[in-house]
Every structure is written in structure tokens, then in C-alpha cells.
Design a protein around this ligand. Structure first.
Ligand SMILES: [Cu+2]
Length: 173
């Protein structure tokens, strides 16, 4: 994502790869205590190679995760225990999907696609913070792009070469 407002100096500091399209979320803001549709946008492969697997890690506090089936791809839901029990519309929820893996397809480097899931953003998440979904993009011959860098306090995605897709949390309306 090349933003015109980024000063040239910042581009120099972060390197040329930061200016190319990363894996990002289509909608980058959502209220807590609501259902969120996460659309992960994949703009390129691994340095020319096609994308054959997309792994999304679900951050703590995000529950009731359901991936959208995708033609030509197999979807795997890796379940596990949460760090605590969350309230899901009155139902105590202790475990669920913690990772989603799309595989079996092949997205050429010069084509674009989207991978979608729906989830509930619990009231335990804090408004005015950014929630990150680490994503690993795999390609043939062991090639991979790891979008797993979590920006430190006071920094943003533009400060990193491979930032995890971020979602700004806001107060429930
Ligand atoms: Cu990129």
C-alpha cells in the first residue's frame, strides 16, 4: 500500500518492499462487542511465486470465528482453548477457532484475491487500540511471506517491512 502522504524519507528508512502491497484488511476499523467481517486482501505472492496457502492467526478476544468457504481452496479450522472464558451473547465461551488455513489453491503473483472470515469482537477488547491478525502466506519451494510484525506502542504498520494486518477498535455505538 503506497500512501502518497508517506514522506520520501520514511520510504527510504523502511525499504522498498514496504511500499509494495501487503496483506491488509479491507475494513480497518470496527466497534468492540460486534460481529466483524474480516476481508484479507492478498496483493502479491512470494517474490514472483504464487500463493498456495494462507494462514491467519486469530488474536485473543476474538471468538465465534467462521471462515467463508472459498472455491478452489480447502479451509481448515484449528481449534483451541482461549486464555479465559468470554461472553458470547450470554453463552460462556471457553474455546474455538484460533487459526484458519486456506490451502490447495494457487493464486498467481500477478493476480489479486480475498480471504474472508467472520468473528465476534468481545467486550474484553479495548477500544482505541489496534488488534493484529498475524498472517503467513506460503508459496511453492518453501517460500513464504510472514506478515507477523506487531507494531510497538506509538508505531504503525508503515514502520515495519512485514506488519500484521491491523484493525482499529472503537467504542460500541
Ligand atoms: Cu507487499
Amino acid at each position: 500500500m503506497l500512501k502518497s502522504i508517506i514522506p520520501a524519507i520514511a520510504l527510504l528508512a523502511t525499504g522498498a518492499t514496504a511500499a509494495s502491497a501487503h496483506i491488509t484488511l479491507e475494513n480497518q476499523q470496527a466497534p468492540v462487542q460486534s460481529t466483524y467481517k474480516a476481508v484479507f486482501r492478498v496483493g502479491h505472492g512470494c517474490e514472483g511465486k504464487p500463493t498456495t496457502k494462507v494462514r491467519v492467526r486469530i488474536p485473543e478476544g476474538v471468538i465465534a470465528v467462521k471462515p467463508q468457504p472459498k472455491a478452489g481452496w480447502t479451509v481448515e479450522k484449528v481449534r483451541g482453548e482461549y486464555a479465559k472464558t468470554y461472553d458470547y451473547y450470554g453463552t460462556p465461551t471457553r474455546e474455538g477457532v484460533k487459526e484458519i488455513v486456506w490451502s490447495g489453491g494457487s493464486l498467481p503473483d500477478d493476480e489479486y484475491d480475498e480471504f474472508v472470515l467472520r468473528a465476534y469482537l468481545t467486550g474484553d477488547l479495548k477500544p482505541d487500540t489496534t488488534l493484529y491478525f498475524p498472517v503467513v502466506q506460503e508459496c511453492p519451494d518453501g517460500a513464504a511471506e510472514r506478515w507477523i510484525e506487531i507494531p510497538a506502542e506509538g508505531k504503525g504498520a508503515d514502520d515495519y517491512e512485514q506488519p500484521a494486518p491491523g484493525l482499529k477498535l472503537i467504542q460500541k455505538k
